[in-house]
Write a protein that binds this ligand. Sequence first.
Ligand SMILES: Cc1cc2nc3c(=O)[nH]c(=O)nc-3n(C[C@H](O)[C@H](O)[C@H](O)COP(=O)(O)O)c2cc1C
Length: 327
Amino acid sequence: MLTTRFTELVGCTVPIQQAPIGGCATPRLAAAVAEAGGLGMVAVTGDPPEIVAAQLDQARRQTVGPIGANLFVSVADPAIVREGVAAAAERARVVDFFYADPDPTLVAIAHAGGALACWQVGSAEEARAAVGAGCDFVIAQGFGAGGHVRGRVGLLALLDAVLAAVDVPVLAAGGVGSGRAMAAALAAGADGVRVGTRFVAAEEAEAHPAYVAALIAAGPEDTAYGDTFALDHPGLPHRALRSSVEAVTAFQGEVVGERFRPPYGDRVPVHRFEKMVPTRHASGAIEAMPLWAGESVGGVTRVQPAAEIVHELANDAERLLRRWTSA
Ligand SMILES: Cc1cc2nc3c(=O)[nH]c(=O)nc-3n(C[C@H](O)[C@H](O)[C@H](O)COP(=O)(O)O)c2cc1C
């Protein structure tokens, strides 16, 4: 049993937070992770409060385990973000923030609604700012992470600096796709790990099958860091499969496809260089949409139930850690 300050704070039995993997992080995935003992996350960025509430209520109907709601702060309208935090905090154990300077007002709204607040950070300075803003825990995101990347250095160097800077529980994110990597992060002092790319290939995730197949075929050297998929929000660096960067660069035309948005019930175009991850509700040139992937992608070898991913990571990590503690 890997009990840490994080598991005790949040009420998990396993020190794993499923990362909010954009539109692939459905209530069904979050509930499956929570049922397996981890912290399941729903991505609610930019959603109006009634959609935030509906998504979280849907997750809550499927589990009594801990559920969190994520807001990618810098890409959404500030008023919608504030309303979303308030709606989320009444229903989620954790409200999770990313990609903006830590904001005490948002943290206070989360606390007022009864939730814990956390911030994914890319530096020790940002971790201090998150704690100063009132966050209950932080996530240190290293340079190898999939999706948008805040970190500028490798995970272990960042973890070292963040652990020295703050006293709250710290999770490690970015490149954790195996029990070995999880054990390394815990041995270095992390209170848990945040895992994204592995969960894209969970049975309960909404990822497009072509995206999942590309992840299974890829290794850590097949990801690229850059700012290609920045049509709507320029200047936010990210990590994706290099093949998707090459495909969108070569693509002729303004619209690469279309996607259905389940919570809204509508279909919208997917523009070239847009940051929307292809779910199974997308059609068109999937290969030219952002196939977000961390250097952890080598851990994606097949489609698995989310619970199996949680247990595999935790059991492998625990076995490795015991090897040393019992020596
Ligand atoms: C497909 C995908 C979508 C992501 N979407 C979000 C998001 O909506 N909000 C967020 O805070 N982080 C998002 N991230 C980044 C994660 O929070 C996390 O830092 C990352 O997945 C960790 O690296 P890993 O993918 O190697 O596990 C996303 C990552 C991936 C792979």
